[in-house]
Design a protein around this ligand. Sequence first.
Ligand SMILES: *[C@@H]1O[C@H](CO)[C@@H](O)[C@H](O)[C@H]1NC(C)=O
Ligand SMILES: *[C@@H]1O[C@H](CO)[C@@H](O)[C@H](O)[C@H]1NC(C)=O
Ligand SMILES: *[C@@H]1O[C@H](CO)[C@@H](O)[C@H](O)[C@H]1NC(C)=O
Ligand SMILES: *[C@@H]1O[C@H](CO)[C@@H](O)[C@H](O)[C@H]1NC(C)=O
Ligand SMILES: *[C@@H]1O[C@H](CO)[C@@H](O)[C@H](O)[C@H]1NC(C)=O
Length: 447
Amino acid sequence: MRRYMRVRFVCLLLGFGSVFYVFIQLAASLDSQNGWVSKKSQHRSTLLTGENVVGRAAASKGPVNQHRDSRCVNLSVSFWNPYWRLPSGVCGLNCFWESAFRFIIRRPNSSDSVKELAETMHLAVVACGDRLEETMTMIKSAVIFSIKFLEFHIFAEHELHLTFQKTLNTWPLQYRSKFNYKLYNITFPSENAAEWKKLFKPCASQRLFLPIILKDVDSLLYVDTDILFLQPVDEIWSFLKEFNSTQIAAMAPEHEEPRIGWYNRFARHPYYGKTGINSGVMLMNMTRIREKYFKNDMTTARLKWEEILMPLLKKYKLNITWGDQDLLNIIFHYNPESLFIFPCHWNYRPDHCIYGSNCKTAEEKGIFILHGNRGVYHDEKQPAFRAVYEAIVKYKFGDDPFHFLLYPLENNLLQTTHTYCGRVQHLFTKQLQKSIQKIQDTIPRVR
Ligand SMILES: *[C@@H]1O[C@H](CO)[C@@H](O)[C@H](O)[C@H]1NC(C)=O
Ligand SMILES: *[C@@H]1O[C@H](CO)[C@@H](O)[C@H](O)[C@H]1NC(C)=O
Ligand SMILES: *[C@@H]1O[C@H](CO)[C@@H](O)[C@H](O)[C@H]1NC(C)=O
Ligand SMILES: *[C@@H]1O[C@H](CO)[C@@H](O)[C@H](O)[C@H]1NC(C)=O
Ligand SMILES: *[C@@H]1O[C@H](CO)[C@@H](O)[C@H](O)[C@H]1NC(C)=O
């Protein structure tokens, strides 16, 4: 009887041993697979975006793996060093528990979630008066094409808040889950509130205070309400990574053609470069803006962002025409090394075609971001701009974007060829068509 017990014990031991062996092999194979999660997410982004982003996902795989490798220390399991006593930085064959579970349990400070947080794209807009529908259309165009998660910071008069909430919350879940939004009242630094409010267009100078108000946001894309994205926001967001060490913000020139430029002909204050800059699409690394000391023509001392605005307004109050955009031009006139200039197809306005096409990069690549300033989405002056706006307003989430967005727009653009902008109508759909092709397969079928 006792011998029988002993045999059974040995059998049990052997059985346990083989199960243990299988488990270790399994763990090791999981580990050597180079992380199937990163493969999976790469696959997902391929689905979402097509070829273009694959390159970037592959590129971003590098650092992740490197990080993993440097974390892995070769330590072997021994009697004195059983796997449950190994330090957490050890991985490989040894820590099969870790390899088995690391993909399932998402640790709060794991490198993945940090990366995800950092890659949320922040977008701010200031919507006052009757700009509500326009703002919703801008947000819609951002949400339709974008890939990474978006966070909207919407500054609006209190009366509009409820309508924003109601509308955004009724968007289909598949789209609603691509973004978050926060509503803010229009606020000014209290001491000069009245003076700021007098500055030209109602609440337009709000954007100057964004680095001070949104203290926790590292980087931000500010856009006017009359912006339409014909391409994922991700593309312009990626300019942030291209900033050299002195650049803090990115904008497009105000004009391509000095003969019709405004600043170079009329401005009574300093401005950036040959024709000035347009602030309708403004990408900012606000961490850097908050840290920088700005050269200026008021004191020999350099001033921080929050210190420079009011003296600047006081000095140039009588000489500025376009309000806060003029102040930005003055600031970057004295700090030109801090500005990253992106080409005109990232901020395409009627000025670029009104007397004939003068934005060369748009002719090559198509329009990436449309800026219908001076109200052209709502009057008859630039029917080509208006056609794009109306096409996006009419498009319903989940409908086939070719048949319900692109083709009707192409038709409507054909009726605008009597205007100069209508004559280059293919520029309006060139990039849009590519953007639609990319999202085509992943359009959530809402209806
Ligand atoms: C772990 O061991 C492998 C194989 O012996 C070796 O190639 C690798 O460089 C070692 N890694 C570290 C961090 O020591
Ligand atoms: C905006 O201001 C109104 C009063 O004018 C106040 O009731 C509301 O709570 C404020 N909203 C936010 C988001 O601060
Ligand atoms: C404002 O414009 C006037 C007229 O062009 C000019 O003389 C004056 O120097 C300008 N003021 C500043 C602060 O540049
Ligand atoms: C913005 O600048 C800060 C400071 O240079 C840097 O740490 C941060 O990564 C930058 N943000 C982005 C999105 O590049
Ligand atoms: C960054 O780029 C700007 C604009 O091209 C340039 O003026 C500046 O000197 C550059 N800064 C560095 C540190 O290279």
